[in-house]
Design a protein around this ligand. Structure first.
Ligand code: NIG
Ligand code: FE
Length: 415
């Protein structure tokens, strides 16, 4: 952290991917995501005061105007990118589900594994019984930080009763107080699965009468999420839960259409959800409705990757149609990667998505679903934005997603 009042100037940057064109409260879409306009040329620099970018211009101008009484850093021509915004993680849980990989290889589906005692409810049992969650959370936060993430959305959802869900949210809140390196956005996801011993309708009733009111009363989460999927929560359940959550001022983030098209994306658009994630099997009409409603399609390519699925998100189509989309890790017991560069590699290497477009989808675009007033402006490098950025090892921005298994980042700065 910078000392209060100290001014830092950074000069001799390589290309700077700033993503700061147009209305910053809106995501970039289509070809503007990868336009040359999003990148300042090699040789620029910037000034940081009180944790914000306060000037960005060619290095000689930065030096002549602000060189006095500043701490000067030389970026030695390395490419600069905004800190990553990982907008979909299930960060906190205990237990080990590695055995499920062999079950998948033997042909069992996600639902069949869950019915056989694995899946989310297995993790719920392990998590409820854990006395190690703070340490687990600390270690995972360090991993995310080490991969260039500066802002992360974290979900509850492995408690599935009022007390355990509140405990998970409280732990996130405690973890946030310990670290200024990683901004957290807390999402309540009590409707992640149906706990053992209850029928779906009974659990939904418990959520509406007890769990959600308790979360609202504590004011501990800013968003609500539901696993809206055939076999889990229905469209009606999702609508009821989200309407209550919205009434209390929570924003809506949903899991939709992951294994089948259950019209979840359409509902997300109707509800005015800020983001609807997975969205693998959604119809094109629903994608157009989501775009119209300002609902982001949050793609999580790590999930089909670990599931051995051939159903990849239709990202190029979203670019062609100018539908807004984002990328996130979906860190969870099956998909244990907190590396946004790995996620970027999956879409760049496997789906031939332009690496600059993929970067916009992991920085500015997800940031627009959080608070966007100027004091929280992030995911972009522009005057007034939070001064989180990474210096890559390479002189090319494109390198950010081309070293799967190795970090492309030389240093992440959070001033
Ligand atoms: O986003 N699909 C629902 N939730 C997680 C997986 C949770 C789990 O399997 O434990 C997801 O993929
Ligand atoms: Fe998820």
């Amino acid at each position: 952290m910078a000392q209060e009042g100290s001014r830092h100037i950074f000069v001799n940057a390589g290309p700077i991917a700033h993503f700061s064109t147009g209305d910053l409260s809106k995501p970039l879409v289509g070809l503007e995501m990868s336009s040359d306009e999003q990148i300042h040329p090699t040789g620029w620099g910037f000034v940081i005061e009180s944790g914000r970018f306060s000037a960005i211009s060619p290095s000689d101008e930065v030096l002549s105007e602000f060189g006095q009484n500043s701490v000067v850093h030389d970026l030695s021509g390395r490419a600069i990118i905004p800190g990553f915004v990982d907008a979909h993680t299930h960060l906190l849980w205990d237990g080990d589900r590695s055995k499920e990989m062999r079950m998948r290889q033997q042909g069992m589906s996600y639902a069949e594994i869950a019915a056989a005692g694995g899946g989310i409810r297995y993790t719920v049992t392990q998590t409820r019984g854990s006395d190690n969650l703070l340490d687990i959370g600390r270690s995972r936060m360090q991993t995310a930080i080490g991969h260039g993430t500066t802002s992360i959305e974290v979900k509850s959802g492995y408690g599935l009763d009022t007390e355990s869900e509140l405990k998970l949210l409280q732990l996130y809140s405690d973890l946030q107080k310990e670290s200024e390196q990683l901004r957290m956005s807390l999402t309540w996801m009590g409707a992640h699965d149906i706990p053992h011993g209850l029928k779906r309708s009974e659990y939904v009733e418990q959520i509406l009468s007890e769990q959600l009111p308790a979360v609202i009363e504590q004011g501990i989460a800013t968003s609500a999420d539901v696993f809206c999927e055939p076999g889990w929560f229905t469209l009606e359940d999702t609508e009821e839960i989200c309407k209550e959550a919205k009434r209390a001022g929570l924003s809506i983030r949903l899991h939709v259409d992951e294994f089948a098209n259950g019209d979840g994306l359409e509902l997300a658009a109707e509800l005015g959800a800020v983001t609807a994630d997975h969205a693998i099997h959604s119809s094109d009409d629903a994608r157009a409705s989501a775009s119209e409603a300002g609902t982001l399609q949050g793609f999580l390519p790590g999930t089909p990757y670990v599931m051995g699925s051939e159903h990849w998100p239709p990202i190029q189509k979203c670019i062609d149609e100018e539908w807004p989309w984002t990328l996130a890790t979906d860190f969870n017991p099956n998909c244990q990667s907190l590396s946004i560069p790995m996620t970027g590699s999956l879409v760049a290497h496997r789906l031939k998505i332009d690496p600059i477009a993929a970067l916009a989808a992991a920085t500015r675009n997800p940031a627009t679903a959080f608070e966007t007033e100027s004091e929280c402006l992030q995911g972009v490098i522009t005057v007034g934005a939070v001064a989180n950025f990474s210096q890559l090892k390479s002189e090319s921005v494109e390198s950010w997603c081309q070293s799967p298994g190795h970090s492309p980042i030389l240093k992440t700065w959070r001033l």
